[in-house]
Design a protein around this ligand. Structure first.
Ligand code: NAD
Length: 421
């Protein structure tokens, strides 16, 4: 099943604004503050040429959006995907603002994307596209201004090219301009696993709260890339049973459990999880509805919608992906008493270790993986417990609680800074 088949035509920017409006209303933010926080501060669209291997020239379109810079420089990944839109990047940038505020790291929110299916490019074309795109957005980025990171279809190699491009332009090496770099270039230990590790730290807290025994829990995971496949490994290490996983080509299901390291090997060999011996092939739509205790969406936006929310069997949804659940679906899950760990909390481990990486780069320092994971755990558990306390006190959904925490922090910072000039 392809993205086109499962992605409903829902505008993520409308979703992001709707979520913000809900929080603003509850916090009784004044009208001016609402209008400031409701729009991105800066939106850059670039069209840029790339010479292809056959000598022809293709013109690509990309974006960098900075939603809010009140609490620090913009932070957020760069996505390469054929379905990228400016509205999607705006939504992702706004979610980054709230995410950094939920975990209390000193960043604003940004995001970038290029409309491209990178699987159709050669490695040489991918490098040329990356270097030219980064050059075009250099009016915004910099280690004190805006620090990109990996997102869907970008990785440590892509970050290395970006860092090198920026460094060539300024004439010296600037590791702090992007995070998610290879370790040899100032990347942090544990960054590759950080998003999934943060998700699993949240799940451990949530199951304790819900009285679910993790070693008896069945887990379904949509998306088998950085976030999804590593979450599968880490949750297996916690003795949970992963019963279903999927990627953009479709999913596989075995109610008795999947051997995750073998599934990873299978995907490396065949380019898809489908066809894995001993498992039944299922669609991405079916994956969301399988019998399980914990559902981890780890692919793209708008997967849990008003159309399928009622069919979700999980007791706990842990959003490793950004924006996988629409507001209408949220209402249904809340009524069904399904516990939600919202994206801005659940996948904040990635940006938290990105922050650690940036701190190490600026200080020319290198921490051990143990130090990174310990610091990550402290931040994730604190953010989870702060969110849960609000949810319990106000008797509200966890997403609403996380928004109250985040929007309040950003609004306070904005208020204290005052209005320039
Ligand atoms: P990735 O490119 O490594 O993996 C994406 C995975 O999703 C791939 O397995 C792909 O096949 C699959 N996929 C794509 N379309 C799909 C579809 N329609 N149905 C099912 N699967 C599909 O990307 P990633 O970094 O793992 O990001 C996944 C999600 O996690 C995104 O929402 C991203 O914004 C979010 N996220 C990632 C990080 C990070 O550090 N990588 C941090 C925070 C949030």
């Amino acid at each position: 099943m392809t993205t086109e088949n499962i992605a409903a035509p829902i505008n993520p920017w409308a979703v992001a604004q709707q979520q913000f409006d809900l929080a603003a209303e509850r916090l009784q933010l004044d009208d001016a503050m609402r209008r400031v926080l409701r729009e991105p501060r800066r939106e850059l669209t670039v069209h840029f040429p790339v010479k292809m291997d056959d000598g022809s020239v293709e013109v690509f379109t990309g974006y960098r959006v900075q939603h809010n810079l009140g609490r620090g420089p913009a932070k957020g990944g760069i996505r390469y995907h054929q379905d990228v839109t400016l509205d999607e990047v705006k939504a992702l940038a706004m979610w980054m603002t709230w995410k950094c505020a939920v975990v209390g790291i000193p960043y604003g929110g940004g995001k970038g994307g290029v409309i491209v299916d990178p699987k159709k490019l050669s490695i040489k074309e991918l490098e040329a596209l990356t270097r030219r795109f980064f050059t075009e957005i250099e009016v915004l980025v910099g280690p004190e201004k805006d620090i990109p990171a990996p997102d869907v279809n970008t990785n440590a190699q892509v970050m290395a090219w970006m860092m090198d491009t920026y460094s060539m332009h300024v004439g010296y090496t600037v590791p702090g301009v992007v995070t998610g770099k290879p370790i040899s270039l100032g990347g942090s230990e544990g960054r590759n696993e950080a998003t999934a590790r943060g998700t699993v730290y949240c799940i451990i807290e949530a199951v304790r709260h819900l009285g679910i025994e993790l070693d008896k829990a069945r887990v379904a995971i949509q998306g088998f890339g950085n976030a999804g496949s590593i979450a599968a490994q880490l949750i297996t290490a916690e003795k949970a049973t992963v019963v279903a996983v999927s990627d953009s080509t479709g999913g596989i299901h075995n109610p008795n459990g999947l051997e995750i390291n073998r599934v990873i090997g299978w995907k490396q060999e065949h380019g898809t999880v489908q066809g894995f011996p001993g498992a039944k092939d299922i669609s991405n739509a079916q994956l969301l509805e399988v019998e399980c205790d914990i559902l981890i969406p780890a692919a793209l936006e708008n997967q849990i919608t008003a159309r399928n929310a009622d069919n979700i069997k999980a007791r706990l949804v842990a959003e490793a992906a950004n924006g996988p659940t629409t507001p209408e679906a949220d209402e249904i899950l809340w009524k069904k008493s399904i516990f939600m760990i919202p994206d801005i909390l659940c996948n904040a481990g990635g940006v938290t270790v990105s922050y650690f990486e940036w701190v190490q780069d600026l200080n020319r320092d290198h921490w051990s993986e143990q130090v990174v994971n310990e610091k990550l755990k402290v931040i994730m558990v604190k953010a989870f417990q702060e969110t849960l306390a609000i949810a319990r006190r106000e008797q509200i959904y966890m997403r609403t609680a996380a928004y109250l925490l985040a929007v309040k922090r950003v609004a306070e910072a904005t208020q204290m800074r005052g209005l320039y000039p």
